[in-house]
Design a protein around this ligand. Structure first.
Ligand SMILES: N[C@@H](CCC(=O)N[C@@H](CS)C(=O)NCC(=O)O)C(=O)O
Length: 215
């Protein structure tokens, strides 16, 4: 059964695409243009009641929330492709810890910048300088902690690439689109980590696809 991934051109679905490629799971994509409001169509809302992408369909199994989908496939195909969860329950715990850090601390700060700068530009709204400044400060604080962590291990959860690293890929790419890559580059270990994970063939393949926010 080929997995269907809805909304491939947006950042959150890209987490899922990278995960499926790493796990060597066959998939097809279903375009959903959120800029045209297709994510609020009644048919789409039957699959994803919150009206956001991604959602996957795997036969008659439907799942939404990008990180939940990644966890599902990383577990379902544990011994196929890249092991993204760690070998022991302790390693798994650390993967989960950094996945939560990404979701609760890293992502919200970048998301605010994306809303103000990229979406604002797209919609012709002047960005709120105060929100930008505060979000950037929050992100810098998180990255200082990453710098410390990555001075001790190659990847966030240890010496293996995991879902915790993968989950950072799509939104960190937005920093480049916003001219804010210095936040990564001025931290030696964070930069080495980013250079490593962003050069994985899975991410290169996914990130070279269409990127509608900047059209
Ligand atoms: N927590 C959700 C967030 C999904 C999300 O916000 N997706 C964005 C695209 S990256 C979206 O569909 N936005 C449309 C909207 O907010 O109307 C996940 O990780 O799946």
């Amino acid at each position: 059964m080929v997995v269907k991934v809805y909304g491939p051109d947006f950042a959150s679905p890209k987490r899922v695409l990278v995960c499926l490629i790493e796990k060597e799971v066959e998939f097809e994509t279903v375009p959903i243009d959120i800029l045209k409001g297709q994510n609020k169509d009644p048919e789409f809302l039957k699959l994803q009641p919150f009206g956001v992408v991604p959602v996957i369909q795997d036969g008659d199994y439907t799942l939404f929330e990008s990180r939940a989908i990644m966890r599902y496939y990383a577990e379902k195909y544990k011994s196929q492709g890249t092991d993204l969860l760690g070998k022991t329950i302790e390693e798994r715990g650390v993967v989960e810890q950094w996945l939560e850090v990404e979701a609760q601390s890293y992502h919200p700060a970048i998301d605010n910048l994306v809303i103000e700068i990229l979406l604002g530009r797209k919609r012709g709204i002047t960005p709120d300088a105060k929100v930008i400044e505060e979000s950037e400060k929050k992100l810098a604080k998180v990255l200082d902690i990453y710098e410390e962590r990555l001075s001790k291990s190659k990847y966030l959860a240890g010496d293996f690439f995991s879902l915790a690293d993968l989950s950072h890929l799509p939104f960190t790419k937005y920093l480049a689109d916003m001219g804010k890559m210095y936040l990564i580059e001025e931290r030696k270990h964070v930069k080495a980590w980013w250079d490593d994970i962003s050069n994985r063939p899975s991410w290169k393949k996914v990130s070279s696809s269409r990127w509608p926010l900047l059209e």
